[in-house]
Design a protein around this ligand. Structure first.
Ligand code: K1U
Ligand code: ZN
Length: 186
């Protein structure tokens, strides 16, 4: 059974917004108890969308919901380790930094090295409003920081030099245009 079937058997897939969609630059609002029903329905669809992409993380703004919700699973091909985080915040980080190649489902096919703290402690709530903390290093630390950035309208390209960022964004615009033209011909 695939990770998708294990976590979210019938959850509908959601369209992923692509840069330069203006929603991706907005600040997502905190989840309150009044949102719990919506968030309980949203999370399985976010996992299903993330696994189908495939990706190792997804933030609610990427699927058009401006709520502070992220999902991650940095080992989707091995034993699934899905983690849904509501109102996540980095409460501690290492001075030590590491450079890691990042991708983004909202910037398909674009990759670049980003320097971030190599260790973080993240506080979050689960779907019952219970508070938790997770400590992470390696790919999970990078992924959590990348997803929390999405909640603040920040994209990994914002960490690059203007030159590198423009090259990558022009490449993306060209590829999106070509993809639309190919679809139009079908
Ligand atoms: O937020 C996103 O757009 C998802 C993004 C998360 C991420 C990747 C790498 C470093 C930091 C954050 C992705 O999942 S891009 C796809 C990807 O990296 C991947 C896909 C399949 C297998 C392994 C990795
Ligand atoms: Zn991303």
């Amino acid at each position: 059974m695939s990770a998708t079937e294990t976590i979210a058997p019938a959850a509908p897939l959601l369209p992923i917004l692509v840069v330069p969609d203006p929603l991706l630059r907005k600040h997502a609002r905190a989840v309150t108890p009044a949102d719990y029903d919506e968030v309980r329905a949203l999370i399985p669809s976010m996992f299903a969308t993330m696994y189908a992409a495939p990706g190792i993380g997804l933030a609610a703004p990427q699927v058009g919901r401006l709520l502070r919700v992220i999902v991650v699973d940095v080992a989707p091909d091995k034993v699934p380790a899905p983690l849904a985080l509501i109102n996540p915040e980095v409460v501690a980080e290492s001075d030590d930094k590491c450079a890691r190649e990042e991708g983004c489902l909202s910037l398909p096919e674009q990759y670049a090295e980003v320097v971030r703290p190599s260790w973080v402690r993240v506080r979050y709530q689960d779907v019952d409003g219970v508070k938790h903390e997770v400590e992470a290093d390696g790919l999970l630390a990078t992924c959590l920081q990348h997803e929390i950035d999405h909640l603040n309208g920040v994209q990994f390209v914002d960490y690059l030099s203007p030159l590198k960022r423009n090259i990558l964004l022009r490449k993306l615009a060209k590829e999106v245009k070509e993809q639309k033209e190919r679809r139009g011909r079908r």
